[in-house]
Design a protein around this ligand. Structure first.
Ligand SMILES: *Cc1c(COP(=O)(O)O)cnc(C)c1O
Length: 216
């Protein structure tokens, strides 16, 4: 599907729910996609991309950054503490802050560099054992901890369980954000971004609907 089709769908969903399309950031998730597909989206003028691995991003983006201005990279995959330094150098935003050790590491790097990426706290709304994210019951305490560390906290992020109705997870995330005074909501992917917009998403992460199915 063309990028313009996706933006038209975002506009329509925003309109339908009394929201402003400008308040919804489209992150084009380019992980594993062949470079020619990524370049095609850059050629159409899009500049905000999501990657789920630091190493993969380091391998492909410097070349594009030399050729295209204003590229804005978001990390949407789990971050190991030992990759944090590379991550803060490459990404404007980290969507997967989910544990105290990573928060203190990011805070230390922010001190050192005098700058920090914006962060989203990832919440494991489905409480899936294999999935990253803090548990919903731990979220308030962890958010408070992130604030004490003075990290630029934008909001919350979730990835609903594949077999469940995503609305319930989006609603839970929105509820946790509201009671903590957070407005950023990173939620919604190719199959459910309109639904996420209906529930207040400010950042949607769309991969296959823009680039086509991932082959790797
Ligand atoms: C891959 C990925 C996406 C994009 O998924 P699509 O279904 O291709 O839109 C969004 N968010 C995260 C965290 C991902 O890993």
């Amino acid at each position: 599907m063309a990028l313009s089709d996706i933006t038209a769908r975002i506009d329509a969903a925003a309109q339908a729910h009394g929201r402003t399309p400008e308040d919804i950031t489209l992150i084009a998730v380019s992980k594993v996609q062949p470079p020619e597909r990524v370049e095609a989206v850059l050629d159409q003028g899009h500049r905000i991309f999501g990657e789920n691995r630091v190493q993969e991003a380091q391998g492909r983006w410097p070349e594009f950054q030399a050729r295209f201005d204003g590229i804005d990279l978001h990390l949407i995959g789990p971050l190991q503490t030992n990759k944090a330094r590379q991550a803060v150098e490459m990404f404007s935003t980290i969507h997967t802050l989910d544990r105290p050790k990573l928060a203190t590491t990011l805070a230390r790097l922010a001190q050192e560099r005098g700058a920090s990426p914006e962060v989203f706290v990832q919440v494991n709304t489905g409480e899936e054992p294999q999935k990253a994210g803090c548990l919903p019951s731990d979220a308030d305490a962890f958010i408070a901890e992130v604030r004490v560390l003075d990290l630029p906290l934008k909001g919350l992020m979730c990835i609903p369980p594949v077999e469940e109705e995503p609305s319930l997870h989006f609603a839970l995330l929105a509820k946790i954000a509201a009671r903590n005074g957070l407005t950023g909501l990173s939620m919604g992917m190719s199959s459910d971004f309109e639904n996420a917009i209906a529930q207040g998403a400010t950042h949607i992460r769309v991969g296959s609907a823009i680039f086509g199915e991932r082959t790797a």
